[in-house]
Design a protein around this ligand. Sequence first.
Ligand code: ADP
Ligand code: MG
Length: 255
Amino acid sequence: MDEAAIELRGIYKRFGDLEVIKGIDLTARRGEVVALIGTSGSGKSTLLRCVNLLEQPDAGEIVFNGETLDLRPGRDGTLCPASNDQITRVRAGIGFVFQNFNLWPHMNVLENVIEAPVHVLGISRQQAVSEAEVLLEKVGLGNKKTAYPAFLSGGQQQRAAIARTLAMKPAVILFDEPTSALDPELVGEVLGVIRQLAEEGRTMLIVTHEMRFARDVAHRVIFLDAGRIEEEGPPSEVFESPRSERCRAFLATHL
Ligand code: ADP
Ligand code: MG
């Protein structure tokens, strides 16, 4: 687990006058599970979105798969000098699981899972279907292949979304509060799937308010405060003996 799977260097992001991400350096090693915690508005989602280039950072670099992407915007607002090919490679290699699942409503579960492998990776439909069937079994949805999202529970939709992400064989998976839109009784089934991925040695960055889950599953916990890394370390240290006063105050109300 020594080799870096992804490295962020000096990431900055502002929205108008509001500086949201103020110089984040973060390396996730292969197989490492990093939990990102912090109060609402501290920049957790923005940081994840910058990693996947769903947001355009104002400064910084991402090192991924042996490529260094300079993330400064060019004059025309596009990434400079990252090419469209680089952006496509980053997006294909880094999966994103959203809080609200974001399944395609007009496609059934199987179609949702095979869409990107067929249209982005260019693999045959037959191959994509057979891989999707394995993934849907794995997340416990082997019997829901032909169901449309509206007919699934939130927990089932999120498990389908995870299968869809896995279908792209990403090197890194980002989760943005994957259970916070779920009824409490459905949280466990989704966390169970993510825990299984951790045990398989997947590299994951997980924004979560599930502190017990973070403590059990993460190798490292990062407490983000006002766009900066305020505290980081193994869960035993961050949760048992945080050095930062702000982290202590946050944990006092979230543990
Ligand atoms: P978190 O996920 O930690 O709750 P966010 O990254 O969503 O925090 O938001 C950090 C700050 O950036 C908040 O003040 C939020 O209102 C602001 N913000 C996020 N996205 C945008 C946007 N697209 N435009 C303007 N402000 C935004
Ligand atoms: Mg958020």
